[in-house]
Write a protein that binds this ligand. Structure first.
Ligand SMILES: Nc1ncnc2c1ncn2[C@@H]1O[C@H](COP(=O)(O)OP(=O)(O)OP(=O)(O)O)[C@@H](O)[C@H]1O
Ligand SMILES: [Mg+2]
Length: 781
């Protein structure tokens, strides 16, 4: 192969002399790593990328110049894959215009074109408002992704909202003659997404997988103006919506009928916690926290109000704690007020307050304006209803109906007056009996609600009221210094508590072995949400008859939320997280920098972001720093995005870097190299290191580990292409295994006998007398 011509083809002939001076020929080209390229003077990250991509995409059938053996095992033999494609869980939405054939018969083509354009615009507007991605227009069909290019923890909910929104928006389009109708299909699943087609098609982010097909088919099964969702999506949106069960529908191209539901409307459940996480699992731990809340409540009841701020990352149990405390007050006279901030209403002024009032007043969808005003009047408990009712009516967009004089105030003045009215309302309630206010998810509060919150916190101090507010750490309240305010940082559960939680979920559903439970506890780091979801996922696989294991995959219910945390930090941080994830739960800066493709400054910056976002813990400073993924599930998520080709290439680079620069690891932990060589599709090297690892463990009398290492080596034997090497390696392994089984299972055990029998067969095959003698000694004991 002509290296110079190849470089020219890539537009990178400027490196020709460097390649020539370093004796890089066509054969060696296939083995080049990012590190080599850097040494060759390819300083630009983009150029290194281009070269590595081109190397990785060599046709595997092109003969390599090297003889078979270790040297031929390089990243070049791996399947070509584009680096910018990813595996992801996506919610895919497909929407179509009803009766377009009939429309095309009726309309002049030019008018039809305009109608379609308007319809496309309407769809795109709705989708954009929910941060979805219009991937493709196909005639009157539109393909939309939620979860790419940026994931959100609530992608499935966003897609369903978009579906309802599209039906509504299309129905309101004014096309002169008649109304338009749409239908929508939505499905969630794992896909490969990215620029799959190659150069110049970056606009068209295509996906591969069953999910888009399912969404399209469900769409075609939907009635006009209906949103039909697949079971996978349905599970993610819980009770956020009301549904009609469509049973199992037959879908072309997919084996077996698939359960589907039609989404009717958003449900009346206001609490995200209740809609999505109303699992009836017993409460674990949290005694001290409940005790603290109890004390604050007792203090508040005397008229010296208290505020407790509960802060913690998602899934730790903030809502659950607030709920548990609320339940503990049942049977005790008090008024409960609950406010829910929503990620979708961060720009809508006083959204949590308005929806609380609407619920408290008992507004129904079909109430007339008069009925609403009546209900509001009944609700208002202030000393000054003549001022407050009109203010609150205006807040809730209820017409005053001539019953009250219209308000004539500047916007600023009106806001102040409304705040006063709301605070008076609170005071009025507190006068009757103690008030418990629960304010959920303050990190999503709109700016006006935050202003009101400032006043409320102040106000509460003089009332018999306890205000509990929950939020994630990204929100930093400035009330913490006040004497009546307590901050409660909720910690993760301990090992025993985690164990108890898992056992609580398993209940009598089915037993899991203690090993599997330990594995779940290990992998979920004391985060109750992770514990719950991983346990449920493991139970489901067990119910399907598979061997339950916690290490399989990231549960679908957690995927979006974990992915969102990575996406938020930008592509470079995500890439660095993937490299770290391939190395392991903890990784050193030194190794990471040696194998990561981005330049060092970028790697440092990316690691800084990951640490700041709390995804990894950092110890020390680069170049001596080490990092640890805070959650195993974040590591798994980052790793799971890698496609096979780049993933194998990455492991191969890690293995090679370890071999070249980390002699202590080579000597003391050969199993680490074995793992990376195996994952890097370099079985020859992997087998050698598994043998080394087995030997080392045996010499340390760690027989179980030694056996495990050797068995892994044995599993790779069929992957060796060279027959002679294959026989020789297997013989080494079987002999060593024979000895180990003799030591652990006993002389004459079935395992030892099988290993020696196989070894003696192999000896015959290669006619190795020395080895045969050794085997014979083994056989005789
Ligand atoms: N102490 C606990 N014992 C048993 N289950 C718990 C406990 N804490 C939380 N859970 C469960 O874990 C899940 C997550 O809890 P929760 O929704 O309260 O988290 P959160 O901190 O409010 O998260 P977010 O930031 O997303 O609102 C829920 O299903 C909840 O029932
Ligand atoms: Mg919560």
């Amino acid at each position: 192969m002509d290296v110079i011509a190849w470089l020219r083809g890539l537009g990178l002939e400027r490196y020709a002399s460097a390649f020539r001076d370093n004796d890089i020929d066509g054969g060696l080209l296939r083995q080049l790593t990012a590190e080599d390229l850097r040494e060759l003077g390819v300083a630009s990250v983009g150029h290194r990328r281009r070269l590595l991509d081109a190397i990785a995409s060599f046709d595997a059938s092109t003969p390599a110049a090297d003889p078979p053996g270790r040297a031929a095992e390089t990243i070049a033999t791996l399947a070509p894959a584009r680096a910018d494609a990813e595996r992801r869980q996506l919610t895919v939405m497909f929407c179509d215009l009803v009766g377009s054939t009939e429309l095309s018969a009726r309309l002049d083509p030019e008018d039809l074109r305009e109608v379609i354009a308007e319809y496309h615009r309407a769809v795109a507007d709705v989708v954009r408002s929910l941060d979805g991605f219009v991937a493709k227009y196909m005639g009157d069909g539109v393909l939309i992704y939620f979860g790419y290019p940026r994931a959100h923890e609530d992608d499935a909910e966003r897609a369903v909202r978009a579906g309802l929104g599209v039906i509504d928006a299309v129905g309101r389009l004014d096309v002169g003659s008649g109304k338009l109708q749409a239908r929508v299909g939505i499905a969630t699943g794992l896909v490969v997404v990215g620029d799959l087609i190659g150069e110049g098609s970056a606009q068209e982010q295509s996906i591969v997988g069953e999910t888009p097909n399912l969404a399209a088919r469900l769409q075609s099964r939907a009635e006009p103006n209906a949103v039909v969702i697949a079971a996978g999506t349905r599970r993610l949106v819980g009770d956020l919506f009301e549904y009609r069960d469509l049973g199992a529908v037959a879908v072309k191209g997919i084996a077996g009928p698939v359960p589907a539901s039609q989404v009717l409307r958003p449900s009346a459940v206001a609490s995200r916690f209740e809609a999505l996480r109303s699992g009836e699992t017993p409460l674990v731990g949290r005694d001290e926290e409940l005790e603290l809340l109890r004390r604050r409540w007792d203090q508040a009841k005397t008229g010296a109000g208290r505020v407790v701020l509960i802060s913690a990352e998602p899934g730790i149990g903030k809502s659950r704690l607030a709920e548990a405390f609320r339940e503990s007050l049942e049977g005790e006279p008090h008024t409960r007020l609950r406010y829910f901030c929503s990620v979708h209403h961060q720009d809508s002024a006083l959204f949590p307050i308005i929806s609380q009032l609407e619920r408290a007043a008992g507004f129904a969808g079909d109430d007339s304006p008069e009925a609403k005003l009546d209900k509001l009047q009944a609700l208002v408990s202030t000393t000054d209803p003549a001022t407050d009712v009109p203010l609150l009516a205006e807040l809730l967009s209820v017409p005053l109906d001539g019953r009250y004089p219209a308000l004539d105030l500047t916007p600023q003045r009106k806001k102040e007056k409304t705040f006063e009215a709301l605070l008076r309302q609170l005071a009025g309630l507190a006068e009757r009996q103690p008030v418990l206010m629960i304010y959920e998810d303050l990190h999503w509060a709109d700016p006006t609600s935050r202003e009101l919150m400032d006043l409320t916190v102040e106000h509460v101090a003089r009332l018999p009221a306890l205000l509990i507010a929950t939020f994630r750490p990204e929100f930093q309240p400035h009330w913490t210094g006040q004497p009546h305010v307590t901050t409660l940082s909720l910690r993760r559960l301990g090992r025993d508590e985690s164990d108890e939680l898992v056992r609580g979920i398993i209940g009598n559903v089915g037993a899991l072995s203690s090993e599997v439970i330990d594995e779940i506890v290990e992998r979920t780091d004391g985060v109750p949400l992770f514990l719950e979801e991983v346990t449920k996922a493991v139970l489901e696989t067990a119910a399907l008859g598979a061997i339950p294991a916690a290490s399989a995959t990231v549960p679908a219910t957690l995927h979006a939320s974990l992915m969102a945390r990575l996406d938020r930090l930008g592509p470079m941080a995500k890439e660095v997280a993937q490299v770290g994830a391939a190395i392991g739960r903890d990784f050193s800066y030194e190794l990471l920098a040696a194998v990561a493709q981005p330049a060092e400054a970028e790697v440092r910056d990316a690691l800084g972001r990951l640490a700041n976002a709390g995804l990894v813990f950092q110890r020390g400073m680069p170049p001596n720093a080490t990092f640890l993924f805070k959650h195993a599930l974040v590591q798994d998520t980052a790793y799971s995005m890698l496609l096979r080709g780049p993933r194998q290439a990455l492991h191969a680079r890690i293995a090679e870097a370890l071999e070249q620069r980390f002699p202590t690891v080579v000597e003391m932990q050969p199993e680490i190299l074995a793992h990376h060589f195996a994952q890097g599709a370099m079985p020859i090297a992997a087998v050698d290191y598994w043998i080394k690892a087995g030997d080392l463990a045996r010499r340390r009398s760690a027989y179980a580990e030694a056996t495990a290492h050797l068995v892994k080596g044995l599993e790779l034997i069929p992957a060796l292409s060279d027959l002679k090497a294959r026989t020789a390696k297997e013989l080494t392994i079987q002999t060593a295994l024979g000895q180990l089984y003799m030591a652990t299972k006993g002389y004459g055990s079935a395992e030892a006998e099988a290993a020696y029998a196989r070894a003696s067969d192999l000896c015959e095959q290669i006619d190795d007398r020395d080895q045969f003698m050794r085997v014979l000694i083994g056989l005789r004991g």
